[in-house]
Design a protein around this ligand. Sequence first.
Ligand code: PLP
Length: 335
Amino acid sequence: MMNLGRYPRVSLAHLPTPLERLDGLTKLLNGPEIWIKRDDCTGLSSGGNKTRKLEYLMAEAVAEGADTVITQGATQSNHARQTAAAAAKLGMACHILLEDRTKKTSFEYTENGNVLLDRLHGATIERCAANPDMNGEMEKVAARMRSEGRKVYAIPGGGSNPTGALGYVNAGIELVYQANALNLRVDHVVHATGSAGTQAGLVVGLTGIRSGIPVLGIGVRAPKEKQEENVFALAAKTCDKLDIPGAVKREDIVANCDYVGEGYGFPAPSTIEAIRTLASTDGILLDPVYSGKGMAGLIDLCKKGFFKKGENIVFLHTGGSVGLFGYANDFQSNG
Ligand SMILES: *Cc1c(COP(=O)(O)O)cnc(C)c1O
């Protein structure tokens, strides 16, 4: 059995997040029953999946006596925005290293959406060109800030390390309790996967309590093999942290990376269509970088019969709708 309670945690999120049936989308697709776990409603600075991770990461920062947190992400990073808000709430300074992964130069992309909120929460921002080792770049900036006398706690991109993943171990357990209370048999969980912490934590949580519920990550960046390896490596480390080494097997980690489109940070036509669909069928906002791609995958897989009538699918909504305001141009054509 897992002993999550031994790790310090600060309260940042509105939990449990709702588990609701997507009546409109279920009717439209006429396939499986589709449910949604509303982790876009975690509360902090308009919510999202990073808040659960930050409950454990920020607790570690507090325990270490940090006065400053630093993190990194793409320009429209939801993780950076939620970190900035968490730091504000806990009275810490926040410094963010934003990577230019898209070369987009519009005001809406570089200053609106998440960037506007980073600044509102009082974070300082530094920008850099695309770099394959962003956590390494961030460590250099952290070293500079330490040399200036700050007590810096560094949070990796996406908050994805074994500490951050604990937030999703907990989410997996939360989901099973909720489904039990509704007498709902969950056949599959589907969500957008990026820096791996969400899927790794979820699989550890769902496996650790022997739920038997499979998870499908819809990739937003890396190819399938690479994404699955990243998630598996983090899941294995998270199992070690919880004293259940080896509990997650390589075959428990499944990603489908067919919905990335042009690349990270570029919504594909299917992404835009999925966002328009859910907004009109159920009044729910997705985002152009992650959850829109996750939903595009779910919709396509339903249409292809991968998920069957009579099955219950839970889409984990990881948040990010603030990013829509950084991508308004992508929605201008066809109405
Ligand atoms: C970060 C993020 C994800 C991906 O979660 P990871 O833990 O990085 O895999 C999905 N959706 C949204 C909206 C995000 O901000």
